[in-house]
Design a protein around this ligand. Sequence first.
Ligand SMILES: *[C@@H]1O[C@H](CO)[C@@H](O)[C@H](O)[C@H]1NC(C)=O
Ligand SMILES: *[C@@H]1O[C@H](CO)[C@@H](O)[C@H](O)[C@H]1NC(C)=O
Ligand SMILES: *[C@@H]1O[C@H](CO)[C@@H](O)[C@H](O)[C@H]1NC(C)=O
Ligand SMILES: *[C@@H]1O[C@H](CO)[C@@H](O)[C@H](O)[C@H]1NC(C)=O
Ligand SMILES: *[C@@H]1O[C@H](CO)[C@@H](O)[C@H](O)[C@H]1NC(C)=O
Length: 723
Amino acid sequence: MLKISILLVIFSFVCSSVTATVSYDDKAIIINGQRRILFSGSIHYPRSTPEMWPDLIQKAKDGGLDVIQTYVFWNGHEPSPGKFNFEGRYDLVRFLKVVQQAGLYVHLRIGPYVCAEWNFGGFPVWLKYVPGIDFRTDNEPFKAAMQNFTAKIVDMMKSENMFEPQGGPIIMSQIENEYGSIERQIGAPGRAYTNWFAHMAVSLDTNVPWIMCKQDDAPDPIINTCNDFYCSKHSPNKPYKPKMWTELWTSWFTEFGGAVPYRPVEDLAFAVARFIQANGSFVNYYMYHGGTNFGRESGLFVTTSYDYDAPLDEYGLIREPKWGHLRLLHKAIKRCEPALVSSYPTVWSLGKNSEVHEYRSNSGACAAFLANYDTTSSANVTYSNMQYDLPPWSISILPDCKNEIFNTAKAIHGAHMKMIPVGGAFPWQSSIEEVPTANDSDAVAMVGLYEQINVTRDSTDYLWYLTNVNIASDEEFLKTGKDPVITIASAGHALQVFINGQPSGVAYGRLKKTSLTFTGDVKLTAGTNTISLLSSCAGLPNVDLHYERWNAGVLGPITLSGLNEGTRDLTKQTWSYKVGLKGETLNLHTIDRSSSVSWLEGSSVAQKQPLSWYKATFDNPQEPGPYALDMSGMGKGQIWVNGESIGRHWPGYIARDHNCGACNYVGSYNQNKCLTGCGEPSQKWYHIPQSWLKPTGNQLTIFEEWGGDPSKISLVRRALRRN
Ligand SMILES: *[C@@H]1O[C@H](CO)[C@@H](O)[C@H](O)[C@H]1NC(C)=O
Ligand SMILES: *[C@@H]1O[C@H](CO)[C@@H](O)[C@H](O)[C@H]1NC(C)=O
Ligand SMILES: *[C@@H]1O[C@H](CO)[C@@H](O)[C@H](O)[C@H]1NC(C)=O
Ligand SMILES: *[C@@H]1O[C@H](CO)[C@@H](O)[C@H](O)[C@H]1NC(C)=O
Ligand SMILES: *[C@@H]1O[C@H](CO)[C@@H](O)[C@H](O)[C@H]1NC(C)=O
């Protein structure tokens, strides 16, 4: 008996030591028995093309990353209930295999709520219309759907052997996302939901750790992690969990109407070193490559570019000095790894606002971090009888407790990218989208004003609200010429007004206030007048308590004042509805169907005309890419190349910010500290992925809502500026 049990013990020991495992303790994530200091970067697979993935991942690896982190985008994968899409940019398994082939690990954030400045936070819009549903709380229909999707992804990963114990790259998963503040707001049902999804996730038996970010009460064995600009003060909720940073914001997203944020690398590196010196063992850059919100995938008022001032720019090119300085930082910290994973730091002051964190292990490894937190002065400090000069707001790294091999503030600035025009003028053709009226046979009449998403189910950005107004021939204004005034209240996000087919103005909201009111004089005549309102969405909300309940569209009131009767309320009369544009229904953006309308060309091409469709054919330029369209001169709309949507354009939305002055890396960073592009379009350049272009005969299609000058549009390429 005794012999057998000893044999069993030895056998099971041998087995478990050859079987790959991922676990954790208070120091770090443990992979196959080794505690690891891990650098990770967010790259979201639908924000680039599969053709870009290998290069992005290789550049991430060369930049010193160990892990690629991505969300899983439910609305991209299940566009209608039970109909799944795992193709093209949504080929999740292919993406993970590219990461695996590069020898990197994966942190898979299943969510399925992802926020991510992504349309509807990643939830499919149909989910909102499941009877009795209430998102992200203790609600049975929601929990059933969430469990279904989470289990589907886990099963898919298992069947592809994607988890690390199966020989795959996934070392960690994430359930939910930044739920802590929502839980606090809703109380007991929130707490019950947390316990439910924690249990649900763990019961899926992935054999790798689960994390919850920004949720201090993460139930065991789930690790609570930090998302912020700085996280050195974060501490896990149990002494046996490691200190992890799942989102270190490399800057911030751009919203239409806002300037473009950036974050100096000296501050970013300082934030990393400050976290690692205080027991931190996992850092993920959000974003490492931000990429592009193609199609209609961006969240509410988020620009098509999701560049994020990341180490790899929107186009997949290395951004210096960010990429290179972080690469050196990663190398320096990796040289400290033996000491970091096997000891706790001893901390003492080196003078005013400066201190040392010294890691000294039993085996003799020693690593020191010398920090100067002062925001104005550099510090000359003495450590181990040696002098070190520390610039303000910086940390020096000494992997042997002697030689400084890196200081966070000593980055080398130099090269910059610029946009260079390529190719000639586009040979534009144009076709005008007719303004519909309530009398059109395909308009659906209903009494009153309806919420936009309820009507469109987000199948398009556009919904027409159409009605007729009768004006008696004895109206005083017909004689005086003093036009009546129409006032239209809309929940958002943008509105274009046509009276008797004539453009009568636009109005639009912004991220912090999506609702808008249009007020304007209107030219009315005796008899029947048509009112046609084009309401458009600029992405659906992705964050905040019950954001799924936010309305869009023209909800009124709508009034007409300056009549004999005083003010007439149009809100409750009969309105007719048309979902989407005629050009959308005809698929004008595809090569096959673009000839289903007639086009004008040459000097007849539409100029400054609202509701214009433009198309042009062009050859792939000789010069190397990556390419973008400079959309200067245009207002608002959408762009397609060879039938693929490259996203919404809105250069007519000018950044309202005024604080684009010089920005010093020193001192606490936030998303309003360092900005560029005040008073300019929030986004002027729109990325065209190279793999969407053919050598010749590419078709570019644009729908322009406001009216623009297409002769100002040009193709540009992104390249290094030679100084
Ligand atoms: C869960 O998935 C199954 C199989 O796809 C489907 O039949 C069922 O309706 C789904 N349930 C929910 C609540 O989504
Ligand atoms: C590091 O962790 C140890 C053990 O939990 C703790 O005693 C120490 O205060 C921590 N040091 C820092 C700088 O956070
Ligand atoms: C620190 O020492 C360096 C030379 O080692 C000197 O150039 C610098 O001025 C000193 N800085 C301060 C704040 O004393
Ligand atoms: C629309 O239809 C109404 C009757 O429903 C008619 O009185 C009106 O003249 C029509 N208007 C137009 C512009 O065709
Ligand atoms: C959605 O539209 C339907 C009619 O199509 C209506 O009955 C329902 O009240 C609407 N719901 C909301 C929330 O607006």
